[in-house]
Design a binder for this molecule. Structure first.
Ligand code: PLP
Length: 384
């Protein structure tokens, strides 16, 4: 199969697997058991991994808290900010194009008496800054806006968004699950309080992630689980040592070659779009083409249902909408928020490339998708 679904997940890089292996059966001790030598060894390995990840992001080591992934990190930031809130700020701001792991915890706070305001995006998927500005008052506890969208790759201007939010005295959370490891993130330059990461989006293992908690903002976060003193009492539970080691190695590898790799992948993505548009002239792309991740394209067909097309081309792995909602027949809330109707949304397909995508993959996939499209058009008796 040709794998064009790298935004759903990436394979573990073999170098990551290699770094992790000793921590399953040789250095397996509990990183909290520092009273004995094996435990101290695991503790040291975790401390070193924490420093590595922090330095890749321009953060301090103690600002990196390990979680099971971005879903947990998002919940921890949003529900945790409310948990620690003793003041009068009772409004949460988010955007209409967030991942469900942001939208649902925000929604959960409504039942705790919070007001949720959802900021819209324009037809290119860009957050409406004027709407944000209007919603930002002294009642806002937290804003939670993503860095890049997981369906279109469209990038939000987090520097501006956080400046506006900070000016209103709000805490700022950013879901960076899709950007980490792909484009530089410098937390020294970016005034955000909390930032979510997930290792499996950048060639690390699944089930490990982190929440960056800025030192000054730690007191504004409360634990959402009880049971231990790990991770500064904010995230109890035995640390996933192999996962943590793997995540750190994945960070190092991503940073080492980020610029070249971004260029290479962007060139392949553009080739894919050009080949598809040559073969299917009525094809349209969704979202801002100027400010988006290099690894992805969201394309829209004139007549053809994307889920049906995917069945015609089973050897190309791609996605109609986000991975966690594909399989459901719900139209993408992201594309609807951009002003597409349900029919247009159902004719949209996300293709995402990664470290192991080759030009040959792109040429074969474009060929196969165009053939599948032609077949669908014949079957349904329209177009082509
Ligand atoms: N946020 C975004 C933008 C994502 O794309 C994803 C993954 O699909 C998540 C959060 C959830 O990440 P995880 O799979 O690590 O829980």
């Amino acid at each position: 199969a040709i794998y064009l679904d790298a935004m759903a997940t990436t394979p573990c890089d073999p170098r990551v697997v290699e770094a992790m292996l000793p921590y399953f059966h040789e250095q397996f001790a509990n990183a909290s058991s520092t009273v004995h030598a094996p435990g101290q060894c695991a503790y040291d390995a975790v401390a070193s991994a924490r420093r590595t990840i922090a330095s890749c992001l321009g953060a301090q080591a103690e600002e990196i808290l390990f979680t099971s992934g971005a879903t947990e990190s998002n919940n921890m930031a949003i529900l945790g900010a409310a948990r620690a809130n003793t003041g009068s700020r009772r409004t949460i701001l988010t955007s209409a194009v967030e991942h469900r792991s942001v939208l649902e915890p925000c929604q959960m706070l409504v039942s705790q008496g919070y007001t949720l305001k959802t900021i819209g995006v324009d037809n290119q998927g860009r957050l409406k800054h004027d709407e944000l500005q209007q919603a930002l008052g002294d009642d806002v506890l937290l804003t939670s806006i993503q860095m890049a969208n997981n369906e279109t790759g469209v990038l939000q201007d987090i520097a501006t968004i956080s400046r506006l939010a900070k000016a209103a005295g709000a805490l700022v959370h950013v879901d960076a699950a899709q950007t980490a490891g792909k484009i530089p993130i410098n937390l020294q330059a970016l005034d955000v309080d909390y930032l979510s990461l997930s290792a499996h989006k950048f060639y690390g293992p699944k089930g490990i992630g982190a929440l960056f908690v800025r030192r000054e903002a730690a007191a504004h976060l409360g634990p959402i689980m009880g049971g231990g003193t790990q991770e500064r009492r904010l995230r109890p539970g035995t640390l996933n040592v192999p996962g943590i080691i793997g995540m750190a190695r994945a960070c190092e590898l991503a940073l080492a070659d980020m610029q070249n790799e971004g260029k290479r992948i962007g060139t392949l993505r553009n080739l894919l779009e050009n080949l598809l548009m040559e073969k299917i002239p009525e094809l349209i792309t969704n979202g801002d083409r100027a400010r988006r991740l290099p690894c992805c394209t969201s394309i829209r067909f004139a007549h053809t249902d994307a889920a049906g097309l995917m069945l015609q081309v089973p050897h190309v792995a791609m996605s109609a909408g986000a991975a966690c909602s594909s399989g459901s027949s719900e139209p993408s809330h992201v594309l609807l928020a951009m002003g597409l109707d349900t029919d247009e949304a159902s004719r949209s397909l996300r293709l995402s490339l990664g470290r192991f995508t080759t030009e040959e993959d792109i040429r074969s996939a474009a060929e196969a998708i165009a053939e599948g499209y032609e077949m669908m058009s014949l079957l349904t008796g329209v177009g082509a």
